[in-house]
Ligand binder design. Structure first.
Ligand code: ADP
Ligand code: MG
Length: 235
């Protein structure tokens, strides 16, 4: 059997603020296969973002092991982690963080200029259904369109993995569907391994696997045998 793309073993994370220690992760074990969509559910504070940030090289585990392909993330220096993020990971957050003075195309081009094997910005925008809007500025786009520009920016460097922290959290369900459609299309066409944190349980319908977090642990893992295309998702 092929090696998993991600291997997470016994990962813990504690944050210390003064005398108070918060155990954000209490022993996470997880593998992600190349090309799968994993949805992460669970209450606020259960550790979802902490795990995503560790997998994306934005933060380091307190103990345990995280491997991505042949990179042992838990033993990389800050400099090596920066290169890992730049070359392999796309991030999508709840808020789009586009640069207001740049068009959609220019926002994406900022990333492609510094990538090793980028797409054309127009190609990335086409994948999220926004080719016709590439000369628009963020203020001329709806929230869902801005999020799709952010997704185009995240995938334009052809990352192996796309980490999405509440990507539809600021959107209504109608525009949220378009964002999900874009993520599914990217997963199908580029085989991008995708992790999506969400509070919207309906998103589980597009997942290959659904992980539920509780108090720093994964309390349930469900393989979705009845996966739906996003157009068929019932919100
Ligand atoms: P979720 O994404 O599931 O809402 P988080 O991973 O953001 O949960 O947080 C898990 C726990 O870790 C929470 O108790 C949160 O307050 C704490 N936490 C997260 N980030 C920090 C930080 N930078 N400093 C201190 N505590 C943090
Ligand atoms: Mg979170």
């Amino acid at each position: 059997m092929a090696e998993p793309l991600f291997l997470v073993e016994n990962v813990t994370k504690s944050y210390r603020t003064g005398d108070v220690e918060v155990k954000a992760l209490r022993g996470i074990n997880l593998t992600l296969e190349g090309g799968e969509i994993v949805v992460m559910l669970g209450p606020s504070g259960s550790g979802k973002s902490t795990l995503l940030n560790i997998m994306g090289g934005l933060d380091q585990a307190t103990s345990g092991r995280v491997r991505f392909a042949d990179h042992e993330l838990t033993s990389l220096s800050e400099r090596q982690l920066t290169l890992y993020r730049r070359d392999h990971v796309g991030f999508v957050f709840q808020f789009y963080n586009l640069i207001p003075s740049l068009t959609a195309w220019e926002n994406v081009a900022l990333v492609t200029e510094i990538s090793r094997n980028p797409m054309e910005p127009g190609e990335a925008l086409e994948m999220v259904g926004l080719k016709e809007r590439m000369d628009h500025f963020p203020a001329q786009l709806s929230g869902g369109e801005q999020q799709r520009v952010a997704i185009a920016r995240a995938i334009a460097k052809r990352p192996e993995v796309l980490l999405c922290d509440e990507p539809t959290g600021a959107l209504d369900s109608k525009t949220g569907i378009l964002v999900l459609e874009a993520l599914c299309r990217i997963n199908e066409e580029l085989k991008t391994t995708t992790a999506i944190i969400t509070h919207n349980a309906a998103i589980r319908q597009i997942a290959h696997r659904v992980l539920t977090f509780h108090d720093g642990r994964i309390s349930e893992t469900v393989v979705n045998t009845e996966r739906l295309p996003p157009s068929a998702v019932v919100w």
